[in-house]
Structures are given as structure tokens and as C-alpha cells.
Unconditional design. Structure first.
Length: 193
């Protein structure tokens, strides 16, 4: 196989080759001059950060990992309620540091991922301003009610499967049927902090 050489051949940046950064999209966001709300999914949770562009590197205004929600009585997960509460907490932290508006930076994630939009909705509900409409962002319930309904149905029909699927909740003493109540309590604690 011949190697690509010559005056017109240019190697792409390493982060682009590894499919980590879309530099043209990032440049558009940076040129806007508005802080970026960066939402990233990890294997164990959700990270929400409000960043400003700096010459040397991005300046972090506020940063929240979903494990920070333990202080507010919410078990961190990689789900819609955790993403929403992380966005809400990030908005509260950034308000204390003067953050007031943002543009969304979803990176290379597909726009179909509603977890990202749950975090954006949380940031808007927390007081940050954006071009997004909070009502148009997400049509799914974000309080954990679908999970609690499924857990209640499964507990009645197949207790063995219920214990297997919700073993992590049960080991920590959390009743999966009460997720909406726990969500409301955690949201109230975040808003009052």
C-alpha cells in the first residue's frame, strides 16, 4: 500500500484522528465568546462543566461529576435524573462565580442522546440562560418515574429478576420504587444550597 506523501498531504490532529475532537465545531463555539456547557458521559456517571476559552487552555468556571450528588441524597448513575441534577448543581455553582449564560458543547456525541439534553435542561432550570427552550429540550420524564414503575411491576411479577436487576439499589438500602421522591428531595436540596 503506497504511503500518502507530497506537498498537499497533511496529517490530521491527533485528537481528530482518534475521533475525540471536532475542531471546526469547537472553533465556532469558541468564537461565540459565550462560556460552553460541556456534558460528557463516562462509564460511571456524567460530567458537566462550564468552561471559558483561554489562550493557554480552557478556564473551568464550574465542574460537577454525578458522584457529587451523594451529598444531596442521590445515588449517582449514568441516567437522566443524574444528568439533570448534575446540570442543576453546575448551574448553582457557576452562579456563585458569575456564570450567567452558556452555549451547549456536546462534542462528538450524537444529538439523539437525551442524557446530554437532561443536563442542559438542569442547567437552564438552575438559572443559566441559553438559546435552548427548557420545554423543548426533553419530552421524557427525568425524575426516575419510568424506572420506579418498572421496578414495581417487576417486583410483583418476577421477584427474582427484580432482585437481580435492582441489586445495587437494594444493597445500598434504596427502594427503586421511591426514585421520584428521592429525586424531588435531592433537587430541593440543590436549589436551597
Amino acid at each position: 500500500m503506497p504511503r500518502a506523501t507530497g506537498p498537499n498531504y497533511q496529517v490530521k490532529y491527533r485528537r481528530r484522528r482518534k475521533n475525540l475532537t471536532d475542531f471546526s465545531r469547537r472553533l465556532e463555539l469558541v468564537k461565540s465568546g459565550i462560556p460552553r456547557l460541556v456534558v460528557r458521559k463516562t462509564n460511571r456517571g456524567v460530567i458537566v462543566q462550564l468552561l471559558e476559552f483561554g489562550g493557554i487552555g480552557d478556564k473551568v468556571i464550574a465542574s460537577v461529576h454525578s458522584r457529587d450528588l451523594l451529598k444531596f441524597g442521590w445515588q449517582p448513575r449514568r441516567n437522566l435524573p443524574s444528568a439533570y441534577l448534575s446540570g442543576l448543581l453546575c448551574a448553582k455553582k457557576s452562579a456563585a462565580k458569575g456564570g450567567s449564560k452558556f452555549c451547549a458543547d456536546i462534542g462528538l456525541q450524537s444529538a439523539k442522546g437525551s442524557l446530554v439534553f437532561a443536563a442542559i435542561k438542569g442547567a437552564i432550570d438552575g438559572g443559566l440562560k441559553s438559546a435552548f427552550s427548557s420545554e423543548a429540550l426533553l419530552k421524557k420524564p427525568i425524575d426516575g418515574s419510568p424506572t420506579s414503575k418498572y421496578a414495581a411491576m417487576l417486583k410483583e411479577k418476577s421477584p427474582e429478576k427484580y432482585k437481580r436487576l435492582f441489586s445495587d439499589y437494594l444493597q445500598k438500602g434504596i427502594n427503586p420504587e421511591s426514585l421520584p421522591v428521592l429525586f424531588a428531595a435531592a433537587k430541593e436540596k440543590i436549589l436551597s444550597s
